[in-house]
Design a protein around this ligand. Structure first.
Ligand SMILES: CC(C)(COP(=O)(O)OP(=O)(O)OC[C@H]1O[C@@H](n2cnc3c(N)ncnc32)[C@H](O)[C@@H]1OP(=O)(O)O)[C@@H](O)C(=O)NCCC(=O)NCCS
Length: 206
Protein backbone atom coordinates (compact mmCIF):
# COMPACT_ATOMS: atom_id res chain seq x y z
CA UNK A 1 0.00 0.00 0.00
CA UNK A 2 1.00 3.64 -0.11
CA UNK A 3 4.17 4.87 1.50
CA UNK A 4 4.52 8.55 0.74
CA UNK A 5 7.88 8.63 2.50
CA UNK A 6 9.66 6.12 0.37
CA UNK A 7 7.81 6.23 -2.96
CA UNK A 8 7.37 3.24 -5.21
CA UNK A 9 9.17 0.08 -4.23
CA UNK A 10 9.51 -0.87 -7.87
CA UNK A 11 8.61 0.32 -11.36
CA UNK A 12 7.07 -3.04 -12.17
CA UNK A 13 3.34 -3.36 -12.53
CA UNK A 14 2.04 -4.15 -9.05
CA UNK A 15 -0.81 -6.31 -7.80
CA UNK A 16 -2.78 -3.29 -6.55
CA UNK A 17 -6.32 -3.32 -7.80
CA UNK A 18 -8.29 -0.11 -7.99
CA UNK A 19 -11.04 -0.01 -5.36
CA UNK A 20 -14.41 1.36 -6.47
CA UNK A 21 -16.21 3.91 -4.32
CA UNK A 22 -19.88 4.67 -4.81
CA UNK A 23 -21.88 7.69 -3.65
CA UNK A 24 -25.54 8.51 -4.37
CA UNK A 25 -24.62 10.15 -7.69
CA UNK A 26 -21.08 9.04 -8.47
CA UNK A 27 -18.90 6.04 -9.07
CA UNK A 28 -15.17 6.53 -8.46
CA UNK A 29 -13.59 3.77 -10.52
CA UNK A 30 -10.53 2.65 -12.49
CA UNK A 31 -9.71 4.56 -15.67
CA UNK A 32 -10.77 3.17 -19.05
CA UNK A 33 -9.40 4.03 -22.47
CA UNK A 34 -12.74 5.61 -23.43
CA UNK A 35 -12.24 8.19 -20.65
CA UNK A 36 -9.28 9.71 -22.50
CA UNK A 37 -11.28 11.74 -25.05
CA UNK A 38 -13.66 13.37 -22.52
CA UNK A 39 -10.68 13.89 -20.17
CA UNK A 40 -8.83 15.72 -22.97
CA UNK A 41 -11.88 17.93 -23.53
CA UNK A 42 -11.87 18.84 -19.82
CA UNK A 43 -8.14 19.62 -19.87
CA UNK A 44 -8.49 21.75 -23.03
CA UNK A 45 -11.22 23.90 -21.45
CA UNK A 46 -10.03 27.38 -20.40
CA UNK A 47 -12.62 27.46 -17.59
CA UNK A 48 -11.04 24.36 -16.04
CA UNK A 49 -7.53 25.78 -16.42
CA UNK A 50 -8.45 29.15 -14.91
CA UNK A 51 -6.45 28.47 -11.74
CA UNK A 52 -4.01 26.00 -13.29
CA UNK A 53 -0.85 26.83 -15.27
CA UNK A 54 -2.49 26.22 -18.69
CA UNK A 55 -4.76 24.04 -20.77
CA UNK A 56 -3.40 20.69 -21.98
CA UNK A 57 -3.11 19.23 -25.47
CA UNK A 58 -4.56 15.78 -26.20
CA UNK A 59 -1.08 14.25 -25.85
CA UNK A 60 -0.43 16.00 -22.53
CA UNK A 61 -3.83 14.96 -21.26
CA UNK A 62 -3.22 11.32 -22.25
CA UNK A 63 0.18 11.46 -20.51
CA UNK A 64 -1.46 12.78 -17.34
CA UNK A 65 -4.04 9.98 -17.42
CA UNK A 66 -1.18 7.50 -17.83
CA UNK A 67 0.60 8.90 -14.78
CA UNK A 68 -2.61 8.66 -12.77
CA UNK A 69 -3.08 5.02 -13.77
CA UNK A 70 0.57 4.35 -12.83
CA UNK A 71 -0.03 5.86 -9.39
CA UNK A 72 -2.72 3.29 -8.65
CA UNK A 73 -0.43 0.49 -9.84
CA UNK A 74 2.61 1.68 -7.91
CA UNK A 75 1.19 3.19 -4.73
CA UNK A 76 -2.30 1.72 -4.45
CA UNK A 77 -3.77 5.22 -4.41
CA UNK A 78 -4.67 7.62 -7.18
CA UNK A 79 -7.15 10.03 -8.71
CA UNK A 80 -10.21 7.96 -9.61
CA UNK A 81 -12.08 8.36 -12.88
CA UNK A 82 -15.49 9.72 -11.90
CA UNK A 83 -18.69 8.57 -13.54
CA UNK A 84 -22.15 10.07 -12.90
CA UNK A 85 -24.48 7.23 -12.05
CA UNK A 86 -27.59 9.40 -11.66
CA UNK A 87 -27.67 10.08 -15.42
CA UNK A 88 -28.69 7.39 -17.94
CA UNK A 89 -25.59 7.94 -20.08
CA UNK A 90 -23.33 7.54 -17.02
CA UNK A 91 -20.82 10.08 -18.39
CA UNK A 92 -17.19 10.32 -17.30
CA UNK A 93 -16.97 13.77 -15.69
CA UNK A 94 -13.37 14.06 -14.48
CA UNK A 95 -11.26 12.93 -11.53
CA UNK A 96 -11.42 13.01 -7.74
CA UNK A 97 -9.04 11.26 -5.38
CA UNK A 98 -5.60 10.94 -3.91
CA UNK A 99 -2.16 11.72 -5.25
CA UNK A 100 1.37 11.87 -3.96
CA UNK A 101 3.07 15.21 -4.72
CA UNK A 102 6.48 14.71 -6.30
CA UNK A 103 7.91 18.06 -5.23
CA UNK A 104 9.45 18.84 -1.85
CA UNK A 105 7.85 21.31 0.53
CA UNK A 106 7.46 21.78 4.28
CA UNK A 107 4.45 19.41 4.31
CA UNK A 108 5.85 16.62 2.10
CA UNK A 109 5.91 13.66 1.95
CA UNK A 110 2.14 13.55 2.07
CA UNK A 111 -0.99 12.40 0.30
CA UNK A 112 -3.04 15.08 -1.42
CA UNK A 113 -6.76 15.20 -2.14
CA UNK A 114 -7.54 16.55 -5.61
CA UNK A 115 -10.42 17.10 -8.03
CA UNK A 116 -11.07 18.31 -11.59
CA UNK A 117 -14.53 18.08 -13.14
CA UNK A 118 -16.13 19.09 -16.45
CA UNK A 119 -17.79 22.52 -16.13
CA UNK A 120 -21.22 21.14 -17.17
CA UNK A 121 -21.23 19.32 -13.83
CA UNK A 122 -20.06 22.14 -11.56
CA UNK A 123 -22.16 23.68 -8.82
CA UNK A 124 -24.09 20.51 -7.97
CA UNK A 125 -22.06 19.45 -4.97
CA UNK A 126 -20.48 16.59 -6.90
CA UNK A 127 -16.84 17.41 -6.07
CA UNK A 128 -17.74 17.57 -2.39
CA UNK A 129 -19.68 14.30 -2.59
CA UNK A 130 -16.74 12.53 -4.23
CA UNK A 131 -14.11 14.18 -2.03
CA UNK A 132 -15.86 12.99 1.12
CA UNK A 133 -15.77 9.35 0.04
CA UNK A 134 -12.19 9.69 -1.21
CA UNK A 135 -11.12 11.18 2.13
CA UNK A 136 -12.93 8.41 4.02
CA UNK A 137 -11.05 5.87 1.93
CA UNK A 138 -7.75 7.60 2.78
CA UNK A 139 -8.40 7.11 6.49
CA UNK A 140 -10.31 3.85 6.61
CA UNK A 141 -9.13 2.05 3.46
CA UNK A 142 -5.50 3.17 3.21
CA UNK A 143 -5.00 3.83 6.92
CA UNK A 144 -3.52 7.32 6.59
CA UNK A 145 -3.55 9.66 9.59
CA UNK A 146 -3.83 12.87 7.54
CA UNK A 147 -4.26 14.28 4.05
CA UNK A 148 -3.62 17.73 2.60
CA UNK A 149 -5.04 19.79 -0.24
CA UNK A 150 -3.71 22.94 -1.83
CA UNK A 151 -4.55 25.46 -4.50
CA UNK A 152 -4.01 29.10 -5.41
CA UNK A 153 -5.74 31.59 -3.08
CA UNK A 154 -8.15 32.71 -5.83
CA UNK A 155 -9.58 29.23 -6.49
CA UNK A 156 -12.68 29.80 -4.39
CA UNK A 157 -14.66 26.74 -5.59
CA UNK A 158 -11.81 24.37 -4.76
CA UNK A 159 -11.21 26.01 -1.37
CA UNK A 160 -14.93 25.74 -0.66
CA UNK A 161 -14.79 21.99 -1.34
CA UNK A 162 -11.87 21.72 1.10
CA UNK A 163 -13.82 23.63 3.74
CA UNK A 164 -17.04 21.67 3.20
CA UNK A 165 -15.29 18.37 3.87
CA UNK A 166 -13.84 19.72 7.11
CA UNK A 167 -10.32 20.67 6.05
CA UNK A 168 -8.55 23.40 8.01
CA UNK A 169 -6.48 26.25 6.55
CA UNK A 170 -3.59 27.68 8.61
CA UNK A 171 -2.21 30.73 6.73
CA UNK A 172 1.20 30.24 8.36
CA UNK A 173 1.51 27.07 6.21
CA UNK A 174 0.90 28.75 2.85
CA UNK A 175 3.78 28.15 0.45
CA UNK A 176 5.36 28.96 -2.91
CA UNK A 177 4.91 26.02 -5.29
CA UNK A 178 8.45 24.89 -6.14
CA UNK A 179 7.45 23.80 -9.66
CA UNK A 180 6.57 27.39 -10.59
CA UNK A 181 9.14 30.15 -11.17
CA UNK A 182 9.50 33.20 -8.96
CA UNK A 183 7.13 35.91 -10.15
CA UNK A 184 4.59 33.44 -11.55
CA UNK A 185 1.09 34.61 -10.59
CA UNK A 186 0.11 31.06 -9.61
CA UNK A 187 3.14 30.38 -7.39
CA UNK A 188 1.56 31.20 -4.02
CA UNK A 189 -0.58 28.36 -2.63
CA UNK A 190 -2.85 27.88 0.36
CA UNK A 191 -2.50 24.61 2.27
CA UNK A 192 -5.40 22.80 3.92
CA UNK A 193 -5.08 19.82 6.24
CA UNK A 194 -7.45 17.10 7.40
CA UNK A 195 -6.52 14.73 10.22
CA UNK A 196 -8.53 11.94 11.80
CA UNK A 197 -9.95 14.14 14.55
CA UNK A 198 -11.24 16.69 12.03
CA UNK A 199 -12.52 13.92 9.76
CA UNK A 200 -14.46 12.49 12.70
CA UNK A 201 -15.83 15.93 13.59
CA UNK A 202 -16.97 16.34 9.96
CA UNK A 203 -18.64 12.90 10.11
CA UNK A 204 -16.38 11.61 7.35
CA UNK A 205 -15.36 8.68 9.52
CA UNK A 206 -16.89 7.07 12.58
C1 LIG B 1 -13.07 22.78 -7.97
C2 LIG B 1 -14.18 21.96 -8.66
C3 LIG B 1 -13.77 20.50 -8.75
C4 LIG B 1 -15.45 22.10 -7.82
O1 LIG B 1 -16.46 21.23 -8.37
P1 LIG B 1 -18.00 21.34 -7.98
O2 LIG B 1 -18.63 20.01 -8.19
O3 LIG B 1 -18.60 22.50 -8.64
O4 LIG B 1 -17.91 21.63 -6.41
P2 LIG B 1 -19.12 21.64 -5.36
O5 LIG B 1 -20.41 21.92 -6.08
O6 LIG B 1 -19.03 20.40 -4.54
O7 LIG B 1 -18.73 22.86 -4.42
C5 LIG B 1 -18.32 24.08 -4.99
C6 LIG B 1 -18.52 25.18 -3.97
O8 LIG B 1 -17.84 26.35 -4.43
C7 LIG B 1 -18.74 27.45 -4.45
N1 LIG B 1 -18.33 28.35 -5.51
C8 LIG B 1 -18.41 28.16 -6.82
N2 LIG B 1 -17.93 29.24 -7.47
C9 LIG B 1 -17.54 30.12 -6.50
C10 LIG B 1 -16.94 31.41 -6.53
N3 LIG B 1 -16.63 32.01 -7.67
N4 LIG B 1 -16.67 32.00 -5.35
C11 LIG B 1 -16.97 31.42 -4.17
N5 LIG B 1 -17.52 30.17 -4.10
C12 LIG B 1 -17.79 29.56 -5.25
C13 LIG B 1 -20.09 26.81 -4.69
O9 LIG B 1 -21.13 27.67 -4.34
C14 LIG B 1 -19.97 25.57 -3.78
O10 LIG B 1 -20.12 25.92 -2.41
P3 LIG B 1 -21.54 25.81 -1.63
O11 LIG B 1 -21.95 24.37 -1.72
O12 LIG B 1 -21.22 26.25 -0.25
O13 LIG B 1 -22.51 26.69 -2.34
C15 LIG B 1 -14.46 22.52 -10.08
O14 LIG B 1 -14.73 23.88 -9.98
C16 LIG B 1 -13.30 22.30 -11.04
O15 LIG B 1 -13.16 21.22 -11.63
N6 LIG B 1 -12.47 23.35 -11.24
C17 LIG B 1 -11.36 23.28 -12.18
C18 LIG B 1 -10.21 22.42 -11.72
C19 LIG B 1 -9.63 22.90 -10.41
O16 LIG B 1 -9.44 24.09 -10.21
N7 LIG B 1 -9.35 21.93 -9.55
C20 LIG B 1 -8.76 22.20 -8.28
C21 LIG B 1 -7.30 22.49 -8.43
S1 LIG B 1 -6.58 22.57 -6.81
Amino acid sequence: MVDARHGPASDEASPHTVPELATPRLLLRAWRDEDLAPFAAINADARVARHLPRTLTRDESDTLAGLIRQSFARHGVGLWAVERTDLDARPFIGFIGLSIPRFEAHFTPCVELGWRLAPEHWGLGLATEGARVAARHAFEGVGLDAVVAFTVPANAPSRRVMEKIGMRHDPSEDFDHPALPEGDALRRHVLYRLDRARARAAALIG
